[in-house]
Design a protein around this ligand. Sequence first.
Ligand code: AQP
Length: 218
Amino acid sequence: MSQPRILSGIQTTGNMHLGNYLGAIRNWVELQSQYDCFLFMADLHAITVPQDPKTLAENTLKLAATYIACGIDPEQSTIFVQSQLPEHSELAWLFNCITPLNWLERMIQFKEKAVKQGENVGVGLLDYPVLMAADILLYDADKVPVGEDQKQHLELTRDIAGRVNDKFGKKKRYVLKVPEPMIRKEGARIMSLTDGTKKMSKSDPSELSRIDILDPPD
Ligand code: AQP
């Protein structure tokens, strides 16, 4: 019998921190023997905020090496770079055409990150959860292991799948599998070291706010 499938990824926006490790990658390592795991480096998500192209390419490779160093076994799990598969962007466009704008405007992460970019905020930042829905639904994923901060985006993925199924599915025959979130209680939301009201984040300008997993022991 085939194993149920898992899909998850991390943005290639910088060094992985303790939140990424405890909220995501540690769980992937534990799950890889029971699930058919598809784990990717989310470089298309990374460019929703400005990135230097050379640094982005380096971060993508560094993230792949970090997955393996943390215990993801490429013989057991499929590791890939999101932008190498045009299907992610193609499906995102199709979903764009059926997703109401106000579903996206409600997203907390968009509201928080948009404030930082002021008038220059890009459409990609608003559209981020639609691309995430495409990432997941493209693979018929059964479960999506993420940290607490991604819960709202995952609900949107489920709403998009439901909408496609209602619009285009035949009676009792769904078009898209509706995935379940997998959010562990422990480590689901690791907070910033400088502001206990905010989650630890790669893009926080203060390096003192996080513990990177590549930090030296001292
Ligand atoms: N602080 C956190 N606690 C627990 N889990 C976390 N995750 C992120 N931060 C925490 C989980 O890590 C996975 C990958 O996240 P991501 O890097 O793709 O995007 P993000 O959630 O936006 O993380 P960052 O660090 O805040 O990135 P930037 O600053 O670049 O936007 C996800 O499963 C996430 O839940």
